[in-house]
Design a protein around this ligand. Structure first.
Ligand SMILES: [Zn+2]
Ligand SMILES: [Zn+2]
Ligand SMILES: [Zn+2]
Length: 51
């Protein structure tokens, strides 16, 4: 089993638990799924992928 990583470009979080699917890609959270359009800088997993 390969570990699925969030499709957000700067995010390296794995999405094994509760993935958010958007256009065929898996994201670790809603913020990443929207490309941080909400202005969020992190995804709730201690990384700053939305910065
Ligand atoms: Zn992340
Ligand atoms: Zn993410
Ligand atoms: Zn992200």
């Amino acid at each position: 089993m390969s570990e699925q990583v969030c499709a957000c470009p700067k995010c390296t979080c794995s999405v094994d638990s509760k993935p958010v699917e958007k256009e065929g890609k898996l994201y670790c959270c809603e913020s990443c799924a929207t490309g941080h359009a909400d202005g969020s800088q992190d995804c709730g997993h201690n990384c700053k992928c939305g910065k």
